[in-house]
Design a protein around this ligand. Sequence first.
Ligand code: SF4
Length: 320
Amino acid sequence: MCYYTYSDYLKNKYGRKVYKLPVNLPVTCPNRLEGDKGCDFCAEQGTGFEAVKSSVSVTEQLRSARAVIEKKYHAHKFIAYFQNYTNTFLSLDEFERYMTEAARVSDVIELSISTRPDCIREDYLKVLQYIQKVYGLEITVELGLQTVNYHTLRLFHRGHTLAEYIDAVRQIQEYEFEICTHVILNLPGDTDEDAVETAKILSALKIQTVKLHSLYIAKHTRLCEAYENGTITICSKDEYIKRLILFLEFLAPDIAVERLFSRIPKEDSVFSNWGMSWWKLKDEVTDKMKEKDTYQGKNFHYLAGAALKKLKGEEGFGIT
Ligand code: SF4
């Protein structure tokens, strides 16, 4: 493979097939309060387009998702994935209750919690640390960053900047939990240079996984209005693939890549993946990478004092 896939990463980590089971909690997002529509691309239902009702208990959601996944993929160990909205935007008690309930479900070996960079706090991390210790689970925190370009973050009303992301990563790393970061590579206004800088910052911060998204236009969003009145345009498929390959070339080879394209049901969007299926697009990317003889990390040589390599006789200089 031309890039380090998430499925390989899980096999390396657990030595077996492990699948994510989505859990939908009754939670919202600080960016969606008081009638605010949140980030311009955020749909009414967040990212939980096919999610089970949040009134269904965590145990029941995990049980029913397991029944489907186990039959289809023959996996017997699972990650409880709190996907939708901002899962640390619950009271501490509620957060602890839901996390504990998931941790008690048999064959759940990891909790993966999606949240925003400005919703990471020590007391919530301590809850996760306690659960990890008592139930022997792995913990991953998934942070929505989308881009390191703080001008673009402001433009799309993300409600945080790059600094909050770096702060969140540093806090989480103190607990040695794993970090997944969500990135949209083709936000209007961003360039190839922003994609490269995003890859460099994630690599420098030594996160474990990245989830890449191609920008979709969900119905009833600010982005949808802008798209329909022509204020914004979306780059072409070829431009996206070029940028994606560039991103991968600069990404550290040990950061696993969870996906390359977004997924949204057709009925919920006015634009998604240039009208193509994500698996065909994925094949196109890998074919192109093979044709170009390139791979993830090909240009990963910019950290750890890279410029010192230019010193004549570097090895014998006795640099301390
Ligand atoms: S942070 Fe996530 S849930 Fe909150 S408004 Fe943005 S996309 Fe929606």
